[in-house]
Design a protein around this ligand. Structure first.
Ligand code: DGJ
Length: 729
């Protein structure tokens, strides 16, 4: 049993962790989250003193009990806990005080689902649900806390529902999905910041008193901050030490904050950002706060990542392409940008076929008046001047050559210079009578509106049904501003940001159900919406608009902390690279792109014969190692190149009989220093060989003594080592 409830004690056990809560004086206190401790009451850790200016709730036995100093399971505003709260509600009388007391619990087989929101699902894993109900008896407001327990995956999910059982509407001013309180502050806060074309850069710093946190108020989870954070002990490394991860399964505004309180305790909170958030809940109605995926690893950051990789790969991603091999594609964006026609695409397809590429993706520019990025969005009608004879003719042509066909859409956007905008200016998020902000010279459609979504859905379906289209790239190239919806009254404009995301999820659910055999790749100017929420609909997401293999090392390294390789859209592009001007060998570009979904994004018709041969070999190599890369355990062997001259990572098969080690040596050196890599995850006592190299090595030797890398004669040289167990015959 993963969930054990006795008297007022609720314990959740996964394979390697224990999570516990206890009801005292009617309040739900948090007692513990960390390594598995067996079935015992952890409240012995709680110390109580009369702390000045930390008041006592009604019914407290003495002045030593204060909500301000106890570890709480879900903190509400207004009753003496002055730390960062999860819940703020404005009631009809204008008061904002909520006093949550324990009411009941229920344990259910299987994993709960959340209406209208992505959530981890059970499939073939063992999973249970714990529901705990809290209530403010003055206002009859109920909070149901949900815990999904994946025992073997070491994952505990959290979400909650706020139910208004009162007589009047209430306004939710903040609903975070969880708080997680810890004794002490001796931990580091790790988060993943960035910008367009440089997403998810890892940053680690010791916790300080007060608030530290990241978030997004851009409407999307964003390039700037990823909705994923880690708290870990100061001494935690890749392979050792305590780490806690929190991944928010939501694609809009978010806040992930760590607060160190007056008494050196720590609170981690995660939820929808409260900027311009005010959600009205009518009597009898409820509001659901999206899911957080929690994991604890006692074996460092590497294991924490592997916990997430398994959870997301097999219990978040869905559909045929969750496990089916994804086609190796060539995308025409960096090959042609907007300047293409049917003949050009067919030329690319012919060369692609010869090299072993399996799908052609036609990117931006095939519809409406779209010669550049200033116009046409919303007009999802084929531009027959470019695609002479229509889309079907092109798709049939590509299919005849022997390739699948994929297409690009940007469904959430609208250009002012489009027929759609001329017909429906109020469909864009703008405020009547005010000037508004353009970004990439485009506006955002009001996806909180059902009618707007239905129109775009119909247009997309018509295109997808008009030809044999087997892949969709779903792009979104600006953030939200001027947020106001023509369909909501003045008092409910605080709902638009969240309703937009609910609308997006509704749309995605409908379209992915309607086209179950289509592979959907998410994208938001690269990795601007690279979150577990989107992965529920899109099993892969274009990782970054930066295709430079060297910069990708850092981006893919940061991405690997929370997200499996199977979700990372990664392509080989041309040199000099279009974003950085850098030259990197085709080999290294291949090695880096292979640690993702793999494809090409350059004008392959301009490649010379030797490059074409090399691409063919790369594709063979990728196919050979596909299972190992996509299903193997992922190990980071170095940092992202900020501290070392080698960036290395490794895939190890589940039975540890095989590994693929990848290394890029950043700078060549005069009078060089020797570089060694230390493998991980092998069987210490087994003997391994390395393809194409002399010798036989124990796993222990390869892991502890390491394996020497060759001396690099050029910048950014790469090495790929196939390591396999030597079985005596
Ligand atoms: C941004 C994407 O990330 C690119 O790959 C490309 O699809 C462009 N948009 C097209 O406008």
């Amino acid at each position: 049993m993963a969930i054990i409830c006795r008297e007022n004690l609720f314990s959740i056990h996964t394979k390697n962790s224990t999570y516990q809560m206890k009801v005292e004086m009617g309040f739900l206190l948090h007692t513990y989250y960390g390594p598995y401790v067996g079935d015992m009451d952890m409240s012995y850790l709680a110390r109580r003193i009369d702390r000045g200016f930390s008041g006592n709730p009604d019914g407290a036995p003495d002045r030593r009990f204060s909500l301000d100093t106890q570890l709480l399971e879900y903190s509400a505003y207004g009753t003496g806990d002055y730390r960062n709260d999860c819940l703020r509600v404005e009631y009809a009388d204008g008061s904002q005080v909520t006093d949550l007391k324990y009411v009941s619990y229920e344990v259910k087989e299987g994993k709960y689902a959340l209406e209208g929101l992505p959530a981890m699902y059970q499939e073939d894993a063992k999973a249970e649900t714990l529901e705990i109900t809290l209530r403010d008896e003055y206002k009859n407001l109920e909070v149901i806390l949900y815990y999904g327990v994946f025992e073997d995956l070491d994952i505990i999910t959290r979400a909650c529902r706020i139910v208004n059982h009162g007589k009047d509407p209430v306004h939710l001013l903040r609903v975070y999905s969880m708080c997680l309180d810890f004794y002490g502050k001796d931990m580091d806060f790790i988060h993943f910041y960035g910008r367009h074309a440089m997403e998810r850069v890892m940053e680690r710093s010791p916790l300080q008193h007060g608030m530290q946190g990241v978030g997004s108020r851009r409407g999307y989870s964003s390039h700037q901050h990823n909705p994923f954070v880690i708290l870990c002990k100061h001494d935690a490394t890749e392979d050792r030490g305590f780490c806690y991860g929190a991944s928010f399964m939501y694609s809009g505004n978010f806040a992930a904050e760590a607060e160190v309180s007056q008494a050196d305790d720590t609170r981690l909170t995660m939820g929808i950002h409260d900027a311009q958030f005010c959600f009205e809940v009518q009597p009898g109605d409820s509001f659901i706060a999206p899911e957080v995926l929690l994991t604890f690893s006692g074996e460092g950051l590497g294991q924490l990542s592997r916990n997430y990789h398994r959870a997301i790969r097999y219990h978040v991603c869905r559909g045929k392409y969750k496990t089916a091999r994804r086609p190796i594609l060539v995308n025409n964006w960096e090959a042609t940008y907007f300047d293409f026609d049917t003949e050009k695409l067919l030329d690319i397809a012919r060369d692609a076929k010869e090299m072993g590429i399996e799908m052609l993706v036609m990117d931006d520019g095939w519809f409406g008046k779209r010669e550049d990025d200033n116009s046409g969005l919303g007009d999802w009608f084929v531009n027959e001047k470019k695609l002479v004879g229509g889309l079907k003719k092109l798709v049939d042509g590509v299919n005849e050559i022997g390739l699948k066909f994929g297409i690009w859409f940007e469904p959430e956007m609208i250009s002012e210079d489009s027929d759609l905008y001329r017909a429906h200016p109020d469909w864009a998020l703008t405020i009547p009578g005010r000037s508004f902000t353009r970004s990439r010279n485009q506006l955002v459609l009001d996806f909180s509106r059902e009618d707007v979504r239905q129109y775009v859905l119909d247009r997309m379906c018509e295109i997808l049904e008009s030809a044999n289209i087997e892949y969709v790239k779903w792009d979104a190239n600006r953030h939200l501003s001027d947020v106001w919806s023509a369909q909501l009254p003045a008092g409910r404009q605080g709902e638009v940001f969240h309703r937009y995301i609910l609308g997006l999820y509704d749309f995605l659910e409908k379209i992915t159900k309607r086209f179950p055999d289509v592979l959907f790749e998410g994208c938001s100017g690269g990795g601007g919406r690279f979150d577990a929420g989107m992965m529920y609909y899109h099993p892969q997401i274009w990782c970054s608009d930066d295709t430079d293999a060297v910069e990708r090392l850092q981006i893919q390294y940061g991405t690997s902390f929370a997200y499996p390789v199977s979700t990372v859209g990664s392509h080989v592009s041309v040199c000099p690279n279009h974003q950085t001007g850098r030259n990197v060998s085709l080999k290294t570009r291949g090695v880096v792109a292979m640690s993702g979904t793999f494809g090409y994004e350059l004008d392959i018709t301009k490649m010379n014969d030797s490059e074409k041969r090399e691409v063919k070999e790369q594709i063979e190599t990728f196919k050979q190692y596909y299972g190992l890369i996509q299903n193997g355990d992922y190990y980071r062997l170095t940092d992202d190149g900020r501290a070392s001259n080698v960036v290395a990572w490794e895939f190890v098969s589940g039975d540890k009989k095989e590994a693929l080690v990848n290394a890029v040596i950043l700078k060549t050196m005069a009078n060089p220093i020797f570089q060694t890599i230390y493998m991980k995850g092998l069987k210490p006592d087994a003997f391994y060989e390395i393809e194409g190299r002399e010798g036989k090595f124990t796993g222990a030797a390869l892991m502890s003594a390491g394996y020497p890398l060759p001396v690099a004669m050029d910048d950014y040289e790469s090495v790929q080592l196939h390591v396999y167990e030597k079985t005596e015959n």
